[in-house]
Design a binder for this molecule. Structure first.
Ligand SMILES: Cc1cc2nc3c(=O)[nH]c(=O)nc-3n(C[C@H](O)[C@H](O)[C@H](O)COP(=O)(O)OP(=O)(O)OC[C@H]3O[C@@H](n4cnc5c(N)ncnc54)[C@H](O)[C@@H]3O)c2cc1C
Length: 541
């Protein structure tokens, strides 16, 4: 993080006034920060926890058009999504990458195969690129190793895109900060300030890290708190309007389920689309879609029923995959907020964005990761009358900054090379404007990957030094994804991670111990199988 974004520097001048104050540092909040700063507005973003620690690090990691939205008539959502995907692919190489999808069809599917064909034709028409193909039953069998071929009716091959969601949040955030935006994690919006007319004109903030508070005024206050949005709306005197839906994933080591393309299929229980997807050297299975009724103060976690549902899907689509839940290396769950229309089936609720102005509190939620820039620009257009000079966002401007390839190459040369082209691109994509700095900060031996993952040790050093890491979980679950990719949240790495944290963050032994315990507890609670599913029955008798 650049020094001008230092916590103390920001707190010293926090009271404002700001043009825009954004509450929530998920993809929607950071997208808003980026676009607001681009318009020359003085903008502050705060997050009650870590940047991206909400749903934006717990998605299915797809930057996609959303084929299934076509089947529920959400054509505009698909259209915007395909366009945004194309731009992200062009501008975010190394972070947003094309990925192949295979979509087998079966006799009796409630959504017949030809409908997918139609949807894919619309998809490709919007993208101005014809890239889907139909395959016969025997071709599908050849394309997907171990595919269940009972009642198989051929299928489709097409392209979408994939990302590291938490790193996308961080890249957008860092570019916004680089351009002059300010951002604080672990800073909660606790109350809303009102002007004489009763309209929201600021926020009461509390620094959960430094234990200080401030009343901060702003021309526009934006509630980008995702699944928490109703809570801040309540402060503005509004009743709940959102429905919280939990989606969970199981994460298997690649050796258990070695696939190179996303296998997308309709779950036999309810015909919902479910995916098995390769990501960062592991295979994800997801997602579920159930009402989330737990308190929002605790991290969401997969339930035993969701584990059963995902395993049932896996056992349907692959012939005897021979997997048990205990093979999973980790799990994760995220919550989406959708407009509550009371439908019986949560999956029928619209995924469109919602944008409200309630007594001056602007709420933007719903939508999807892929649409972050679109949502940010919609919001800024919505409030432009309240902003100096009534700025208009430019839909043709770049979403992500251009990379400084020359600086990166020079830093690479100084380091003596040693990375292959894929690894270089990965760094450029994830660290954008800071990728050369990351290389310069690397110590001897740190341009090597953490065993079993594509993550370099240099990424950890850079993160603890420069990416506002406050807790160990920030480093292992979002700056890097090691906590998801390795058993026990990467417990084996902790001795070396400890050295880094003591050296770069100045933690003492007591702080390290406390962080380690908190991280272990979090992994057990929210990133592992539920207690009931953890021990195989045979092992108990
Ligand atoms: C299971 C699942 C899979 C998905 N997969 C995809 C996918 O593959 N592709 C895709 O495009 N979309 C996907 N989505 C949708 C996408 O992930 C979400 O739409 C998006 O991440 C929501 O971002 P957000 O910024 O609105 O919310 P969040 O990321 O949840 O951010 C909200 C932030 O607000 C903060 N906050 C809350 N209260 C306060 C407060 N009082 N003060 C300060 N901060 C506060 C929280 O700490 C949090 O960090 C998926 C969603 C789910 C649930």
């Amino acid at each position: 993080m650049n020094p001008a974004n230092d916590r103390d520097v920001i707190w010293n001048e926090i009271s404002g006034p700001w043009d825009v104050l954004i509450v929530g540092g998920g993809i929607v909040g950071v997208g808003l920060l980026r676009e607001s700063v681009r318009l020359g507005l003085k903008t502050l973003l705060v997050d009650a926890a870590d940047f991206g620690s909400g749903t934006s690090s717990r998605s299915s990691k797809m930057v996609h058009g959303g084929l299934r939205y076509l089947s529920t008539g959400q054509v505009m959502l698909t259209m915007h999504s395909v366009r945004e995907r194309q731009r992200l692919l062009r501008e975010g190489e190394g972070l947003i990458e094309p990925i192949e999808f295979l979509l087998p069809s079966y006799t009796g599917d409630r959504t017949p195969g030809w409908m997918f064909g139609l949807g894919l034709a619309i998809y490709d028409t919007i993208a101005l690129r014809w890239q889907h193909t139909h395959h016969s039953t025997s071709e599908m069998r050849d394309l997907i190793r171990g595919l269940n071929s009972h009642n198989l009716q051929g299928g489709y091959h097409f392209y979408d895109a994939q990302t590291d969601d938490a790193r996308l949040v961080l890249r957008v955030l860092h570019e916004a900060v680089h351009a002059g935006g300010k951002a604080l994690n672990y800073t909660r919006a606790e109350s809303l300030l009102r002007d004489r007319a009763g309209r929201v004109c600021g926020v009461g903030l509390h620094d959960l890290f430094g234990q200080r508070s401030a009343e901060v005024t702003a021309g526009v206050v934006i509630n980008a708190t995702g699944a928490w949005a109703d809570e801040l709306r309540k402060e503005a005197g509004q009743g709940p309007r959102l429905r919280r839906l939990r989606g969970s994933h199981l994460v298997f080591p690649r050796r258990c389920l070695p696939i190179d393309q996303v296998v997308s299929f309709l779950h036999p229980r309810d015909d919902r689309p479910v995916f098995a997807l390769p990501w960062e050297g592991v295979t994800l299975i997801g997602t579920t879609d159930v009402d989330h009724r737990d308190a929002m103060s605790t991290d969401p976690a997969i339930s035993p029923d969701e584990v059963d549902y995902l395993m049932e899907g896996l056992n349907f689509i692959f012939d005897s995959p021979g997997l048990t839940p205990q093979d999973a290396v980790s799990t994760f769950s995220g919550i989406r907020s959708v407009l509550d229309t009371g439908r019986d089936n949560p999956s029928r609720e619209s995924r469109d964005e919602v944008l409200w102005n309630e007594n001056g509190l602007i709420t933007i939620t719903g939508g999807k990761l892929t649409l972050f820039r679109h949502m940010a620009q919609d919001t800024l257009r919505f409030v432009s009358k309240q902003l100096p000079d009534r700025p208009r966002p430019d839909a043709s401007a770049r979403m992500l900054d251009e990379m400084d390839q020359a600086a990166f190459d020079l830093a690479m040369e100084v380091q003596g090379g040693g990375l292959d082209e894929d690894a270089k691109l990965r760094l450029l994509g994830r660290f954008g404007v800071h990728s050369a700095d990351l290389l310069r900060a690397a110590q001897p031996g740190e341009l090597t990957p953490v065993a079993g993952t594509p993550t370099l040790w240099a990424e950890l050093r850079w993160a603890v030094r420069s990416e506002q890491v406050v807790h160990l979980e920030d480093l292992l679950l979002r700056r890097t994804r090691l906590g998801l990719l390795l058993p026990d949240g990467g417990a084996e790495l902790l001795p070396r991670v400890r050295e880094l944290c003591l050296e770069e963050l100045g933690w003492d032994e007591g702080r390290w111990q406390a962080e380690q315990i908190a991280y272990h507890n979090l992994c057990q609670r929210a990133y592992s199988l539920p207690q009931e599913t953890r021990v195989p029955i045979e092992a108990m008798v």
